[in-house]
Write a protein that binds this ligand. Sequence first.
Ligand SMILES: Nc1ncnc2c1ncn2[C@@H]1O[C@H](COP(=O)(O)OP(=O)(O)OP(=O)(O)O)[C@@H](O)[C@H]1O
Length: 284
Amino acid sequence: MDQRITEPDHFSPVSLYGEFTLTSNRKVRYAVSLTERDLIVQRLTSTPVGRNKVVLSLKDCVGCRAYRGDDNADPAAYLAVYLYPLKRRWMSSGVSRQRVEHCFRLAALQDPRANLEEAEKWARAVRERSARQQNRDEVSMNKLSRPCRMMLLVNPQSGKGQALTLYNNHIQRMLNEAGIQHTLVITERQNHARELVREADLSQWDALVIMSGDGLLFEVINGLLERPDWEEAIQIPLGILPGGSGNALAASIHHYSGHQRYLCFEEEKQDTYAAVNTSSPDMP
Ligand SMILES: Nc1ncnc2c1ncn2[C@@H]1O[C@H](COP(=O)(O)OP(=O)(O)OP(=O)(O)O)[C@@H](O)[C@H]1O
């Protein structure tokens, strides 16, 4: 029986469809449908449709990756989707963004290359749609090219000295999953960032991001303004990831941007699915 979800979801037609099983229980299949706005995961059972349907908004998706497993004898390919949906915080009425990974296994064919090609097609389609969904809301995102190349400056001494730990434990993975190439610069002393930015070939970078307190951002701005091409240099997108003690500037920017949401690094969930059969009717 053809169980494809063909009705439009929120008036958005399905462009890619596949059937998956949980890794732990390959008897339970999941229908996965990609629309312009969502990735819809639906357990295929005889129970009413709505009860088993999970709609993952592509606005929450930061990245997607296709890859082969470690076992060369296994022809399967994998599709990992990384999302940061808003979730209620533990023991609190507030919400924050928390990481969720959905990993699908594609093993419809015996040819490992064909499975990988299928997974890559899905990954491209998810990436394109999530970028479109996010650009629709975030005007500033249009200024950044994708894939983006970023210089990330981390002050290991800022705050309680936790900036580098935050980078190692969270930020590095987030950037990799979002497909953002970055060069890490660990500042060694006062004015290191200022001198570096003053002399750097800025054409290599789409953005400069500092992970520190206010002090390092001021150094970077001063370094940009000291360049002979300062009028052009100061146009480069600047970002700040709070790593200091007060983080007053980061908090103000966050507040005035209108975003009442932030990331929570404490809780994580990994949902793992396995694909046993996939098809793709209408890939544009
Ligand atoms: N490796 C380093 N060792 C010592 N000082 C550094 C180093 N790297 C950068 N700095 C200097 O530390 C200064 C203070 O850093 P920053 O403002 O980022 O942290 P903070 O003062 O702890 O944070 P906050 O402003 O939130 O209180 C910066 O102006 C910078 O010149």
